[in-house]
Design a protein around this ligand. Structure first.
Ligand code: NDP
Length: 328
């Protein structure tokens, strides 16, 4: 019987457990491509799945991990052959489909994106779902007409994964980036990766006025709740905020004032079911618009065995930037 190493989530008397275990290859789910996974990553959602703090996992046993980069081992899909380097994020991996913290994954060929030229498999997962989501946010803002000439942009949860990549990408594109963080001790880090200004997140966490002084033309928000409400109320006429996260909560205690009096747009960002053509475009842009030196400053590497303990740390806000997971 062939087995492989994986972080396995099981139901327990109270909640769930996450352990490094051997998984039987025969238990892999349906899919037309089998991939030798080389790198994965740790995202906020992985933290929720690993700790069982939110019902992310929908079947048991589950292999945790929502994204991977690796090499195709076997394929009956016309687009892929053994040896191809691929990236896969979302699509329910680690939720309804066996996930990425494993030496092997079997998925639908339609879910895969070819590793873009110029990125290694490790780079792709240093970026991971969080960085991919940051780029989807940038693309949405650009589609809405934002350019560096429009004015400053704000990034919330800036020291986190989405926030760090958004800060680095937007600064490389020439934007004046205002980074909002609860960890002002990370101000030097944020300036190093491209922030022009660092503000304390407390400035954005009180209940929002319907309209406040116009401070930015656009923004990437990974925090939600009153933070997003404040962002909207402080957005310049005709500007837009890309909402991609809920680190502070799912609610949005806002009013329609920014929309109907300033023509502000709220842009929703989803990485999980994102259509394949948009995925390809986002990965191409990540290959060209993210400085590799900054990516290495953002990234910390851990082995597969340490994934469960880091899952708790990301939820506690103790992770800076991105965590890349070495599978083999
Ligand atoms: P991280 O934990 O790396 O970053 C989140 C950051 O949010 C923290 O580092 C912290 O930044 C800030 N934060 C945490 N708690 C609070 C709080 N209570 N109030 C204000 N700020 C807070 O997570 P990721 O970057 O991986 O993910 C960020 C968010 O984006 C998550 O909610 C995640 O679920 C969501 N997400 C959504 C996706 C989508 O498809 N829409 C895809 C990927 C992620 P700082 O220390 O700088 O204040």
């Amino acid at each position: 019987m062939a087995t492989f190493k994986a972080i396995r989530i099981d139901k327990a008397d109270k909640g769930t457990t996450a352990t490094l275990a051997q998984f039987d290859e025969a238990e892999l789910m349906d899919g037309d491509v089998t991939v030798r996974v080389e790198w994965s990553t740790l995202n906020y959602k992985d933290g929720l799945a690993l700790t069982g703090k939110a019902p992310v996992v929908r079947r048991f046993p589950m292999i945790a991990g929502i994204d991977f980069a690796g090499t195709v081992e076997a394929s009956s899909h016309p687009a892929w052959k053994p040896g191809d380097k691929v990236v896969c994020t979302g699509w329910g991996m680690g939720e309804t489909h066996l996930g990425a913290y494993a030496e092997k994954a079997r998925v639908k060929g339609d879910w895969l994106v070819a590793l873009p030229q110029g990125l290694s498999s490790r780079d792709a997962m240093a970026i991971g779902t969080a960085g991919f989501t940051a780029m989807l946010s940038v693309l949405a803002l650009e589609k809405n007409g934002l350019s560096p000439k429009s004015g400053p942009v704000v990034v919330t949860g800036a020291a986190g994964g989405v926030g760090s990549v958004a800060t680095a990408v937007l600064s490389k594109l020439g934007y004046h980036v205002i980074a909002s963080t609860g960890r002002v001790s990370e101000a030097d880090y944020l300036k190093e990766i491209g922030a022009a200004e660092v503000i304390d997140r407390n400035e954005l966490s009180a209940p929002a006025k319907p309209l406040a002084k116009e401070r930015w033309a656009g923004g990437v928000d990974s925090v939600g709740s009153t933070t997003l409400a404040n962002l909207l109320s402080m957005t310049k006429y005709g500007g837009a905020i890309a909402a991609c996260g809920l680190a502070a909560g799912m609610d949005l205690p806002s009013s329609v004032a920014p929309f109907i009096l300033r023509g502000v747009c709220l842009l929703g960002i989803d990485s999980v079911m994102c259509p394949i053509e948009l995925r390809k475009a986002a990965w191409q842009r990540l290959a060209s618009d993210l400085d590799r030196t900054k990516l290495s400053e953002i990234t910390h590497e851990i082995p597969l065995a340490e994934v469960p303990e880091w899952g708790a740390k990301i939820l506690a806000g103790q992770v800076r930037g991105r965590i890349v997971v070495k599978i083999v």
